[in-house]
Design a binder for this molecule. Structure first.
Ligand SMILES: [Zn+2]
Length: 425
């Protein structure tokens, strides 16, 4: 295990927050100027907002530039042709072009580690000589190839298998004694389960040691099984098709460290203003010193929040604590965003609770968060249980909520988890 711990870019990963801010600010100023001078869409957007490149000197200054939500990339590709006016180099200099649904054409440039994934895979524990099964798709989407290139650059041996073909994947894992996995977490779990159904003892017959998972939520229960029952080091990160790595977990699994190569913001999706630690908002990202595709303030649509105390791993960067959900499902209560997945988290924390629904209402100028809770057969709603649930609500949603126990069957099947019943006159 110790061999799998360590820093990829120690100087940057451990520098003081002030030094990091000023390094990133300098890179950002350079990037914004380059994008303004080379990308029609960036220039138009900044001119419209009345902001010149000179006005961007810090990450805070990014608030002056409107966000480009990911869904706008579809529109920009339709209106302005492939790359949507965001390509910063001549098209004949590209290495590859990927196609995302929309279609969005994603350019892959020739800069070293164009998607900033090498630090992420190294810090996740991949090392020279590992035999890594890459189950991300190798066509259309960039995921397969860009992970392949980055892991290859670390000296690992790649086995490009892509999605599906479970039987072949299991045989390959066995024959080549594969010890690394890249892909979505549920597929790793299903490979293990299928291997067991075939009569193998996964721990004895297979060599799996380290897995990097992304692309879907990793449930705590699945992570525990992979780590405790199968002794696999499981790390996750936030990676998106358009610009690659955004954040990653270290050995401490204490949230996902912001990439040293990105300006990462957590913002109020309605105003674009940056939020403080613990506040849930949209993840917005700007690749730094990236000339091929310098998208300034790409809105990922993912919701998260960050913490800034130093991590015990020695890295000093801010950490994205978890992906809470998607921007299009949020409701704002007392200035904080709440998401259906947070309500689910509260429900799952109590064996006594089977279902909950939140009604957001208003009393005078104050938002109320009312939790209707249905209890399991035979459980009676006590004051002690009400208090415990309310404490959990505070912990998970960072807001006070009022719990009422309701008769079983009160919350209709398929009802919205969060119902906004506020009237705005
Ligand atoms: Zn850490």
């Amino acid at each position: 295990m110790t061999a799998r711990i360590g820093f990829y870019e120690k100087e940057w990963e451990t520098q003081s927050p002030e030094e990091r801010e000023s390094r990133k600010a300098a890179w950002l100023a350079e990037t914004v100027r380059y994008a303004y001078e080379h990308c029609e869409t960036v220039k138009e957007k900044m001119d419209e907002a009345g902001v010149g490149p000179d006005a961007i000197k810090t990450i805070k200054d990014l608030e002056k530039i409107p966000i480009t939500p990911k869904r706008d990339l579809v529109r920009l590709n339709q209106e302005k042709g492939p790359f949507g006016g965001l390509l910063g180099v001549p098209p004949e200099e590209l290495k590859r072009v990927y196609i995302s649904p929309g279609p969005i054409y994603d350019p892959h440039g020739r800069e070293k580690d164009a998607y900033s994934l090498q630090p992420i895979f190294y810090n996740a524990g991949f090392r020279k000589g590992d035999r890594v099964l890459n189950t991300f798709s190798y066509h259309l989407t960039p995921a397969g190839i860009f992970c392949d290139e980055a892991i290859n650059a670390l000296g690992c041996v790649l086995i490009p298998t892509g999605v599906g073909n479970t039987e072949v994947q299991i045989k390959t894992m066995l024959d080549l004694q594969v010890n690394g996995y890249v892909g979505v977490p549920s597929f790793l779990m299903s490979l293990i389960e299928k291997a067991e159904q075939k009569g193998y003892d996964f721990n004895k017959d297979f060599a799996m040691e380290v897995a990097f998972v992304a692309g879907e939520i990793l449930p705590d229960s699945m992570r525990r099984r992979l780590e405790e029952d199968y002794h696999i080091i499981v790390r996750q990160g936030l990676i998106i098709a358009d610009i690659g790595g955004i954040s990653y977990e270290c050995a401490e699994k204490n949230g996902m460290h912001f990439s040293e190569h990105r300006a990462v913001e957590i913002v109020d999706p309605q105003t674009g203003k940056q939020l403080g630690p613990g506040e849930v908002g949209e993840v917005v990202v700007t690749p730094l010193r990236h000339q091929t595709y310098p998208v300034i303030r790409l809105g990922t649509g993912d919701l998260s929040y960050y913490e800034e105390e130093p991590c015990t791993c020695g890295r000093t960067s801010k950490r994205m604590m978890k992906i809470v959900g998607r921007v299009d499902q949020v409701t704002k209560v007392r200035g904080m965003f709440i998401h259906p997945s947070q309500v689910e988290e509260v429900v799952k924390a109590f064996a006594e609770v089977v279902k909950a629904r939140v009604r957001v209402d208003r009393e005078g100028a104050r938002d109320l968060m009312l939790f209707d809770v249905e209890l399991a057969e035979g459980v009676t709603g006590s004051d002690a249980l009400k208090t415990k649930i309310e404490e959990k609500i505070r912990e998970v949603l960072k807001l006070r909520g009022d719990v009422s126990f309701v008769e079983r069957g009160t919350i209709p099947e398929g009802a919205k988890v969060i119902e906004d019943v506020r009237k705005w006159e």
